[in-house]
Design a protein around this ligand. Structure first.
Ligand code: HEM
Length: 425
């Protein structure tokens, strides 16, 4: 199998439930060319080096894939046409220093320590109540089966991020569909080049634009009349050293925080339940030893990497690494998912080991773009899993592998049907 065919297979929807054999194939050459101007990095050591290399840019306007990415919808960031060079202001995930660092600072002031030290911890009681309410609702049903994604994993992060940002949860039925279409619209694999793929890209473009308009209106309202939440604080900030964020930049970053702020957390909760149920004894082990839950979550992140890669990067210079020269201007995909199973770094990399020592995986990224929401996501997944372990008895997977969502970037089950013996109080 050539690197080109392995890459195409890894990106194909039919292989979404298990792209890992193709990543293993690609890893024979840890940095390899897969198309004219596209290089893929699957080795742990090489990825770590490149994630910290200033010659690797995240500025999407420099990427040869910019047209391709913005023809659909730029995922989890400003969205679609907003990323075209010279037009709207990009979000932090698709920009470089100094803009990246200044904007990340502006966002962080309203999200975490030292300026907002209590924000994340303050969500804890609400998350616990919500998790319990969801299980109470499921318990009242006739059926012993339910969908871990729709009935449990999704409502938690979406409620939390709406509260933090100040986005009305009542609008969920509308923005849920936009976000689904926006994420489905980006397809760098062979499916994206089909008529169906182009139709999905068009829907993604329309959805990204609708979401952008929605957030623009919301931010405008907050500018006229300040309210609760991060978005209002961001555009009305008069105390910070960098001042308030401009409306154009706030729209792109609002979209990033909104989408990144719940989508991958949903996938991670589902991945955790799926992994525990796939590995006999581990559900019981964690129920009896809940102190292992945080480590088990990291192990699931290593094994299933809810963000497989983020396709914005390119080389600003020729870079020689591991016997390959990445030419200046080429797109460079740092495949966190593949590096997380590099046998040169992790013993028995395909095995789930909730007590794995030295588990420094790359599931949250590495370098200046490392996930900004890691502490929040970890809290949500911990509480969701803890509650699930405590109350759900005898769970088993109905269908394995489950149906997957389309995205090859944000990978996770579309549904995860399980049967249970009972739900206790
Ligand atoms: C389990 C859930 C999550 C996973 C697996 C995850 C993973 C990641 C990864 C791998 C990156 C790096 C992207 C890159 O290399 O370009 C990233 C960036 C980011 N994430 Fe997360 N994330 C999660 C949850 C969250 C949450 C809850 C938020 C916000 C509330 C968030 C906000 C961000 C932001 C703003 C960035 C861009 C940071 C920058 O460019 O400086 N994420 N995330």
């Amino acid at each position: 199998m050539t690197a080109q065919t392995a890459w195409a297979a890894a990106m194909t929807y039919d292989n979404r439930s298990d792209p890992y054999p193709f990543f293993a194939e690609l890893r024979r050459t840890p940095v390899v060319q897969v198309a004219d101007d596209v290089y893929v990095v699957t080795g742990y050591r090489e990825l770590l080096a490149l994630a910290h290399d200033p010659r690797i840019s995240s500025d999407i306007s420099r990427s040869p894939l910019v047209a391709h990415l913005t023809a659909g919808a730029e995922p989890a960031a400003g969205g679609a046409e907003s990323q075209a060079p010279g037009s709207r202001r990009p979000s932090i995930i698709v920009s470089d220093p100094p803009d990246h660092d200044r904007a990340r600072r502006q966002l962080l002031r309203h999200f975490g320590p030292p300026h907002s030290p209590d924000l994340i911890a303050s969500t804890e009681p609400g998350i616990i109540t919500l998790c319990n309410r969801l299980l109470d609702d499921i318990k009242t049903r006739e059926s012993t089966g339910f969908d871990v994604v729709d009935d449990y994993a999704y409502p938690v992060p979406v409620t939390v991020i709406c509260t933090i940002l100040g986005i009305p949860l009542a609008d969920e039925p509308t923005f849920h569909l936009w976000i689904r279409d926006l994420l489905t619209g980006v397809d760098l694999g062979p499916d994206g080049a089909t008529d169906e793929g182009r139709a999905r890209a068009a829907r993604g473009r329309a959805a990204a634009s609708a979401l952008r308009h929605y957030l623009a209106e919301l931010l405008e309202r907050y500018r006229r009349q300040p309210g609760d939440g991060l978005l209002s604080n961001l555009i009305n900030d008069t105390d910070g050293p960098d001042g308030p964020m401009s409306l154009e930049e706030a729209i792109s970053n609002a979209q990033l925080l909104f989408v990144a702020g719940h989508d991958s957390t949903v996938n991670t909760i589902a991945n955790c339940v799926m992994t525990l149920l796939r590995n006999p004894g581990s559900f019981e082990l964690l129920r009896q030893r809940p102190e292992l839950i945080p480590r088990a979550i990291e192990e699931v992140q290593r094994l299933q990497s809810a963000v497989q890669f983020f396709p914005s990067r390119s080389a600003t210079d020729d870079i020689e690494i591991a016997g390959t020269v990445i030419p200046k201007g080429a797109a460079v995909h740092l495949m966190y998912s593949a590096a997380n199973r590099d046998p040169a770094r992790f013993a028995d990399p395909d095995q789930f080991d909730p007590e794995r020592p030295d588990n420094e995986h790359l599931g949250w990224g590495s370098g200046i773009h490392i996930c900004m929401g890691g502490p929040l996501a970890r809290l949500e997944v911990n509480l969701a899993l803890e509650t699930f372990l405590r109350r759900v008895r005898g769970p088993r997977l109905v269908k394995d592998p489950p149906p997957y969502r389309r995205s090859h970037i944000f990978r996770g089950p579309l549904h995860l049907m399980i049967d249970v013996d009972r739900i206790v109080d």
